[in-house]
Design a protein around this ligand. Structure first.
Ligand code: TZP
Ligand code: MG
Length: 211
């Protein structure tokens, strides 16, 4: 399955102030977000499932898929996709548990540690942080654009860059070979998430047109 990874919004319940996550997501999708990941490390499964269902309502009819961070049980229960880290459920097992055709992705620091069998189960690989970021305290130092390029060249799967990316930097990440950019604070903390998403989308589309 091919997933439109151009502007990949990762939610964060702490960055939107008093605004409900689904309101920010709705505006961001109007602005041009192409895939949404629900990421809330503190929520229990019931609370996460409730937010996931509200997001699915917001996304219905838009063609924008929802992916759940880490929680295969919640993803399977609501029929959404899943994003896992290297220490979470194995991609092959996740694929078997998820609804047919939903996106499944994995985070790797620099895109180097995938086994051949895993590639078949996955739709994309996220690499990063591309630049240092305050959003994820344990993200580590930035890998830089050269590593994004190498990851894109060495993977059969599309690569998404994450970490420290805003509209000004999104184009560079795509010019380096990424299929898209994943952003948290650049959209979740923006006063106008619709405009923020649109600016990132324009930057990505311009870079894709130029490569
Ligand atoms: N994984 C690597 S960096 C990161 C995650 C979830 C956070 C990126 O946040 P921001 O605000 O887009 O830098
Ligand atoms: Mg994880």
């Amino acid at each position: 399955m091919s997933v439109d990874l151009r502007v990949y919004l990762v939610t964060d319940p702490g960055l939107g102030g008093s605004r409900p996550v689904e309101h920010i997501v709705a505006a961001a999708v109007e602005g041009g977000v192409t895939i949404v990941q629900l990421r809330d490390k503190a929520a229990g499964p019931a609370a996460l499932e409730a937010v996931a269902r509200r997001l699915l309502t917001v996304l219905a009819g838009t063609g924008v898929p929802l992916v759940i961070n880490d929680r295969m049980d919640v993803a399977a229960a609501v029929g959404a996709g899943l994003h896992v880290g290297r220490t979470d459920v194995a991609p092959v097992d996740a694929r078997a548990a998820l609804a047919p055709g939903v996106p499944l992705g994995v985070s790797t620091y620099a895109g180097r540690d995938l086994a051949p069998g895993e590639e078949e189960a996955l739709d994309y690989v996220a690499v990063g942080p591309v630049w240092e970021t305050a959003t994820k305290s344990d993200a580590g130092p930035g890998i830089g654009l050269d590593t994004v390029s190498r990851a894109a060249r060495n993977n059969r799967l599309p690569v998404v860059g994450i970490g420290g990316i805003d509209a000004a930097r999104a184009g560079e990440v795509v010019a380096a070979g990424a299929a898209g950019v994943a952003v948290v604070s650049a959209v979740m903390a923006a006063a106008d998430p619709r405009a923020a998403a649109r600016a990132i989308r324009e930057s990505v589309d311009a870079a894709l047109a130029g490569r």
